[in-house]
Write a protein that binds this ligand. Structure first.
Ligand SMILES: O=C(O)CCC(=O)C(=O)O
Length: 279
């Protein structure tokens, strides 16, 4: 597979906080992922659905072996390689699915390492790789992002409470600013199987799903420069894996992407809120 304009994509990812690599998943993988995610989603209870009305269902990728194959999907690793991420590591991921006629996902960013000074530099500590399993548009809940917000403060940074607050998840108040439109937001509509790569610090959200079909995305978290991260950050990442349903064979499959930390430094404290250093 030839990645088109890898250097331009790299520049966009570093400066804007995201880029899109088209046509990464082959049809047979999309079909398998749809079938596995549909079965997991059909098993969700009403209570589970109500607790995550905004994001839609959130199911760990450690709940099914197929996702370990997605973690090392050769065309995705080729894309990372073409962007210059030669030794990426993997830490976790979720199946996130918006049911038909469901509300928007609130604005948030996902970075937890704001206590470390490197979080205020251009170094991408953690990337999301998002695979949408259906074509997306604003009508069925496509992704929205605020370009450059991984490196620059935006008014939303000061408005958002606890980034994944239970009230926002339940959509207690749809008039909250976290559900509104904001300066600089752009829609990212993709085709099923395209790969959206983004910096975990980027402010992002999604539109409501007004369609009659489920809109599922699989988000996987990678660390493109794991070996260059400060040791306390490596130590935290090294502890993120969960056993759940993956077998030893699944773990062996992703061994090359295992974020192994052998030192004895204390893990960095988890902090989802950027400090005043973010200007
Ligand atoms: O549901 C979406 O479109 C975005 C999911 C998301 O925000 C995330 O995985 O962090």
């Amino acid at each position: 597979m030839e990645i088109e304009k890898p250097k331009e994509k790299y520049d966009q990812l570093i400066s804007d906080g995201y880029c899109v690599v088209e046509d990464v998943l082959k049809d047979d993988m999309i079909l398998q992922l749809r079938s596995v995610t549909d079965a997991l989603l059909d098993a969700q209870t009403e209570d589970q659905l109500a607790a995550t009305r905004s994001s839609g269902s959130m199911i760990s990728v450690y709940m099914h072996s197929l996702f370990s194959e997605l973690v090392i999907y050769p065309r995705a690793l080729l894309a990372l390689d073409a962007l210059g991420f030669l030794r990426p590591k993997f830490s976790s991921g979720y199946v996130i699915s918006k049911p038909p006629k469901s509300p928007p996902l609130f604005w948030h960013q996902d970075w937890w390492g704001w206590n470390d000074p490197c979080s205020y530099t251009a170094l991408p500590q953690q990337l999301f790789l998002m695979y949408y399993l259906v074509d997306t548009t604003p009508h069925n809940g496509c992704l929205r992002v605020i370009k450059g917000s991984h490196l620059n403060r935006h008014p939303l940074h000061d408005i958002l409470p606890n980034a994944h607050g239970a009230e926002l998840q339940r959509v207690d108040n749809i008039d909250h600013p976290a559900f509104q439109h904001h300066n600089g937001e752009i829609d990212i509509s993709v085709n099923a199987g395209d790969l959206v790569i983004g910096d975990s610090r980027l402010l992002h959200a999604s539109h409501s799903n007004e369609s009659d079909e489920r809109r599922t995305v699989i988000t996987l978290w990678y660390h493109p420069f794991f070996a260059l991260l400060p040791e306390p950050m490596q130590a935290h990442i090294g502890r993120m894996r969960q056993k759940l349903e993956w077998s030893d064979e699944d773990w062996n499959r992703i061994e090359q992407l295992n974020p192994d930390y052998q030192g004895d430094i204390e893990p960095l404290q988890w902090n989802r809120t950027p400090g005043p250093e973010l200007k």
